[in-house]
Design a protein around this ligand. Structure first.
Ligand SMILES: O=C(CO)[C@@H](O)[C@H](O)COP(=O)(O)O
Ligand SMILES: [Fe+2]
Length: 216
């Protein structure tokens, strides 16, 4: 089963509750929430107060993608705010194993994200401890960027490793995923597709989700 996770980064922030309900009715599986700190990435977006505010608007899991330095400082707050999955960047975590344990201590699923230029070696030794690997298919920081095709072999590598070790870990891809690129990701082994502009820039979000699914 392929899951689709619309990223609310491309939603209308003045109308978030309705924007979330719209994709939930349209067949979304997760709500992807992009947290950016202006340091790890050159953009500032959502904090825990917004996560707390949107929590009651949907029954879908909140998939919180932390693009921030020192995430340990905020993991308890995001967990209390209602995150179901918290994903941290390997590049921002000098003590990645400790950070993962911290996420799990709060009863939240733990994910690790890798930038396009970061090799899968950075997660190889902690695969047994996590629930999700997120492979960035753009450089993090903004919605609406072009899919970086050279990440596809990394999706294949991590999916093979997960299979060989008989693990059940989600392989999520994020950035530039649309009707043209979704299939390439799934063929390489991804099973969770984040899509921001490909869904929220369309008037009919349900049709946009269906259009992506129809290509798979
Ligand atoms: O994490 C990020 C960007 O850093 C994403 O989740 C974007 O929000 C995806 O947007 P599109 O590339 O699908 O427009
Ligand atoms: Fe994201």
């Amino acid at each position: 089963m392929i899951k689709i996770a619309p990223s609310i980064l491309s939603a209308n922030f003045a109308n978030l509750a309705a924007e979330i309900k719209d994709v939930e009715a349209g067949g979304a599986d997760y709500i992807h929430v992009d947290v950016m700190d202006g340091h790890f990435v050159p953009n500032l977006t959502i904090g825990p107060l917004i996560v707390e505010a949107i929590r009651p608007t949907t029954s879908l899991p909140l998939d919180v993608h932390l693009m921030m330095e020192n995430p340990d400082q905020y993991i308890p707050t995001f967990a209390k705010a209602g995150a179901d999955i918290i994903t941290v960047h390997a590049e921002a975590c000098p003590h990645l194993h400790r950070t993962i344990q911290l996420i799990k201590e709060h009863g939240v699923k733990a994910g690790v994200a890798l930038n396009p230029a970061t090799p899968i070696d950075h997660v190889k030794h902690i695969l047994e401890d996590i629930d999700l690997v997120l492979l960035m298919t753009v450089n993090p920081g903004f919605g609406g960027q072009k899919f970086i095709k050279s990440v596809l072999p990394k999706i294949e590598q991590i999916s093979q490793l997960i299979q060989i070790r008989h693990l059940s870990i989600d392989v999520e891809v994020d950035g530039g995923v649309n009707e043209e690129t979704a299939r390439l990701c799934v063929e390489a082994g991804a099973n969770v597709l984040v899509a921001g502009s490909a869904i929220y820039d369309k008037e009919d979000r349900g049709a946009a989700i269906k259009a992506i699914r129809s290509t798979l």
